[in-house]
Design a protein around this ligand. Sequence first.
Ligand code: CP
Length: 319
Amino acid sequence: MNGPLGKDLLGLDELTADQIRLILDTAVPFKEVSERQIKKVPTLRGMTIVNLFFEASTRTRVSFEFAEKRLSADTVNVASSGSSVSKGETLVDTARNLEAMRIDMVVIRHPASGAARFLAERIDSNVINAGDGTHEHPTQALLDILTLRDRFGDLAGRRVCIVGDVLHSRVARSNIHGLRKLGAEVAVCGPRSLLPNAVEELGVQVFDRIEAAIEWAEALNILRLQLERMQAGYIPSLREYNRVFGVTSERLDKAPHDLLILHPGPMNRGVEIDSDVADGPHSVILHQVTNGVAVRMAVLYLLAGGRPDLADAAKGGAR
Ligand code: CP
């Protein structure tokens, strides 16, 4: 049986505004579970979830694992090193062998764009995209949006600027889709070499100067420069990037209003964001991480067929 999100969560591009709101609304009651002394409810007891992480991750992998364990699911982590992927086994063969052991869901992070969909179309288990290449990272955007919603309430008309390496960023793509569906105004800011061609076609404004973006925006979501995905030549140097596009307290002090500061992590301190901004009074970066567990609990619960009106009851043990 498929729940209100369908079989898989592959990206925010394919969700409706109501489905996005449903995930966010379902996450709210799950936040409280992580504040308890005993952080566990029996909601997904008996379910088996495999976390297939074929690319480095700290936040997403640990957050999914906490979400699964707090919902009482049984979990197994598989990384490419140490598994038969390192001997040349294909993604689909790996997943089919895991399915033969009777699993229910797969959470996948993979360096190839489209890997999550490729897998979802070939196995019966629910598939959750935990970041595929430069395509989408839907649960990151959902936790970013939940964090914005915690501060602003309704996001309709709110102005959010995504700053930095948009070209290589699955987080940017998911945020643009999700925020626009909820009625927010979205902009991007960065060197043209780090913006996708025809980025305006995604329905965003473009700022070539960080000062103008800061003047316009109510929130900045600052992206990591993905040095590992850059062959060469995108920026003259990290120092130059910080000088022209870095989010610094000097720049924020000149803004006509306070801005909320988000960063999906991991941060390059002193490059895209200065430490006094990352650790400053307007930063909600660690609040994003806390919200990540609740958002992932909501996604797991809804994909497992959970009825939204039972989310509160689920905390106490329905299912
Ligand atoms: N934000 C994010 O995806 O972080 P990780 O790469 O550590 O999972």
